[in-house]
Ligand binder design. Structure first.
Ligand code: 0GY
Length: 324
């Protein structure tokens, strides 16, 4: 997966899972994966000099193959920080998807209107503001506000990536942005804390007060207890064990479930789902994307919740007016 050309991968990099299992849970027709990325391929789309990591390749063909394997209908491809503000790989993937992808870009405050219009024509519908310090150098709030004001007339939104511990400091600024807000990975709660404790309660109130969209994504990134039975071959033993017990007590990422269920139950019309493929910067384990799909019924427990999470909500945000 890593090309022989270009920079070597960050030491210890975990590559995406090459042969994901067939999910037991059948995604409803029209399901949108609202959080995935493309990495290069590096030989075609070089990584940004200011990046904080160098990943394996994970290009559009691999993404589209995963989409089809899982039974996903559409993707929202989020610019990964390893490509900085060069949106070429993401925009190329979106253009190549034949209307079945939208994009989220990273832009600088001096971006020309013509460039924004070109991204819009490609299928980009938002920009991402990243506050996770290990991924980006901080941007001045004035620059971010300038960007938000520039994209607002296009009907775009801002995708926010932050750690839950930073929300108190950031939420005033978030509330001042003149665009709809989408939050990655449920605001990255510390899942060792109580689901009804002050940290997650504060996040839920932020969502309510600002009509925020929430990605119920990344159980594999948020978990502390991890996937069960991390013994042996992940595709053999563990897979069979999990699938044999999908509706039982044992399944992956159980510590994240109460947080995800709470968001889905409280904000059924504002939640979105995504795989996060190719899963940058994981260190403990690389998830089998088939098992990530099988996680969905544990957090969206009714068919109505699942239809909103997977189809109706993302279609309304990214393909408004289109049939699903
Ligand atoms: C994610 C999470 C991460 C990375 C990025 O753009 C990125 O590099 O988003 C992370 O390392 O937590 O959403 O993919």
């Amino acid at each position: 997966m890593s090309g022989s050309l270009g920079s070597p991968k960050t030491p210890g990099w975990l590559d995406w899972y090459e042969n994901p299992s067939e999910p037991t849970f059948r995604l409803p027709p029209g399901t949108v994966d609202t959080h995935c990325h493309v990495f290069g391929p590096q030989a075609e789309f070089s990584f940004a000099p200011e990046r904080k990591y160098t990943p394996c390749d994970g290009g559009k063909e691999d993404l589209f193959a995963l989409r089809d394997h899982l039974g996903v209908a559409r993707n929202v491809i989020v610019q990964a920080t390893c490509h900085g503000a060069d949106n070429s790989a993401m925009a190329d993937a979106v253009r190549s998807a034949g209307g079945r992808a939208r994009g989220i870009a990273t832009v600088r405050p001096d971006i020309a209107e013509s460039e924004l219009l070109a991204l819009d024509a490609a299928g980009v519908r938002g920009v991402r503001f990243n506050f996770v310090r290990r991924l980006v150098d901080t941007s001045p709030a004035d620059d971010l506000l300038t960007i938000a004001k520039k994209v607002a007339p296009l009907g775009w939104h801002v995708v926010l990536y932050f750690e839950s511990v930073d929300l108190p400091e950031l939420e005033g600024f978030f509330g001042s942005l003149p665009v709809p807000l989408v939050v990655d990975h449920m605001g990255r709660p510390d899942v060792t804390r109580p689901v009804d404790g002050p940290q997650f309660t504060r996040f839920l109130r932020f969502v309510e007060d600002n009509d925020v969209w929430v990605k119920v994504s990344c159980p594999e990134r948020l978990t502390v207890t991890g996937p069960p039975a991390l013994h042996g071959d992940l595709h053999g033993e563990r897979h069979d064990e999990l699938h044999g017990d999908l509706h039982g007590e044992r399944h992956a990422y159980t510590d994240v479930v109460p947080f995800a269920r709470r968001v889905v139950a409280e904000f059924p019309d504002r939640v979105l789902w995504g795989t996060d493929w190719p899963h940058p910067n994981l260190t403990g384990h690389m998830p089998d994307d088939g098992l990530l799909v099988d996680h969905i019924p544990h957090v969206a427990v009714t068919a109505e919740q699942r239809h909103k999470l997977l189809v109706a909500n993302p279609m309304g945000l990214y393909w408004p007016g289109e049939d699903f």
